[in-house]
Design a protein around this ligand. Structure first.
Ligand SMILES: [Zn+2]
Length: 406
């Protein structure tokens, strides 16, 4: 089966995950794709392919040599809850000429290179787009298709010598639960790559250090008619608190390696106001300093008003994988060298978020992220370069071959 047929088959499954659900996986429809993949893996020759009780697909391409490390490849099967993934109607554009693509005439949805300049990187590529009514699902079924095509190639080419190669397809990445039940020990890889990014020239091994802060403010509610010198309106104190945080450290003013504090939610009455923030920085010392700002402002306000009116609760969400990856830089270097051998000029980009790979890294499986050739994830403007997907299969094979030289 070609990678194109494979990808088109996978996106015909609706695998949207559900952030409201507490079941595992969060939506049962994800299991349908999981079962299909297990069957396909068995047909390719992956005898131990199976779907475990949490909805994760695992499989091993057995070693035909004992040299090199055991490498894992991971992609996710679910699609984002932000847009429908049901009844996806893909459009295929051969040899893209750099012009505006009409996604949906009726809805007036277009992929215009002026609006989406990344389109200029994929001129003469074959592209797959949506019809404007759903997302495409390249995030991350393009990753699944790339890994499956890599596996099939290895079975057809036993002359490529390799150690065990481990494969996993996870549910629920889009709702932040992709690694919740991942069995790192049973997976038994020395390191792995998630295949879940954009341009295939990119490699990602740095992500945010992430904390959350809940700020609870207790005011003094008094009938407004007799409030003089007695009422303390917690909503006003919340405004005062927020105004003391640095204005430029807001998401809308930051990019690259700049961290931020983001006020996600605020609910309040005179008596009590609760604010929820997320705190992000690639640098752990700076992230902790941002957390300290919250504590300092609370202490200041408590002193100013003379009673413990502000309570701050900070929790750690996830950490930057960089310091762990840096102890095994050959994982990044090997991938970059493989890309160069395939004619790609690689570059590293800091992720302004977290990844399943970051979680896996902290669970003991170092795991940077590689691209798929997909763009504009999570909505109707999503598209993928088939040309890049094919190239990424070559890169993965090269990573496996190069593993021998380490
Ligand atoms: Zn993804």
């Amino acid at each position: 089966m070609s990678i194109e047929e494979r990808f088109l088959k996978y996106i015909s499954f609706d695998t949207q995950s559900d952030p409201q659900s507490s079941t595992t996986p969060s939506s049962m429809k994800q299991l349908e794709l999981g079962k299909y993949l297990v069957e396909e893996m068995k047909k390719i020759g992956i005898e131990d392919a199976h779907l475990d009780q949490s909805g994760i697909v695992y499989g091993t391409i057995p070693a035909n040599s004992d040299h090199g490390k055991v490498i894992g490849f991971v992609a996710h099967m679910d699609t984002s809850p932000d847009a429908s993934g049901q009844n996806v109607k893909p459009q295929i554009i051969r040899d893209y000429q750099g012009t505006t693509i009409t996604l949906n005439q009726e809805k007036e949805l277009y992929l215009d290179p002026h609006e989406f300049p990344e389109l200029l990187n994929v001129i003469h590529h074959d592209l797959i787009t949506t019809d404007g009514t759903t997302l495409l699902g390249a995030d991350d079924k393009a990753g699944v298709a790339i890994i499956m095509s890599m596996a099939e190639h290895l079975y057809h080419h036993p002359e490529i010598k390799h150690n065990d190669i481990k494969i996993a397809f996870t549910p629920d990445e889009e709702v932040g639960r992709g690694t919740e039940n991942f069995d790192v020990e049973a997976f038994h890889a020395d390191y792995a790559y998630t295949i879940d990014g954009g341009n295939i020239a990119e490699i990602e091994y740095e992500n945010f250090n992430a904390f959350s802060a809940v700020v609870e403010i207790t005011g003094k509610s008094i009938h407004p008619g007799s409030a003089k010198n007695a009422m303390i309106n917690s909503i006003r104190i919340a405004q005062e608190f927020d105004a003391m945080l640095p204005v430029h450290a807001r998401p809308e003013y930051t990019e690259g390696y700049e961290g931020f504090n983001h006020l996600e939610n605020i609910q309040g009455k005179c008596e009590k106001t609760v604010m929820e923030y997320i705190i992000r920085n690639h640098d752990l010392i700076l992230a902790k300093k941002q957390c300290q700002d919250f504590e300092n402002i609370a202490a200041f306000l408590n002193q100013k008003y003379g009673y413990p009116m502000v309570k701050v609760t900070i929790e750690q969400s996830y950490l930057n994988m960089r310091e762990h990856i840096e102890q095994h830089m050959y994982i990044v270097e090997n991938a970059m060298a493989a890309m160069k051998e395939c004619g790609i000029e690689p570059y590293a980009v800091p992720i302004r978020g977290g990844t399943d790979g970051a979680n896996l890294t902290y669970m003991g499986l170092p795991c940077p992220n590689l691209g798929t050739g997909g763009y504009n994830f999570h909505g109707p403007f999503e598209y993928v370069s088939l040309t890049m997907m094919k190239k990424q299969v070559e890169v993965l094979l090269k990573i496996i071959e190069r593993n021998e030289v380490i």
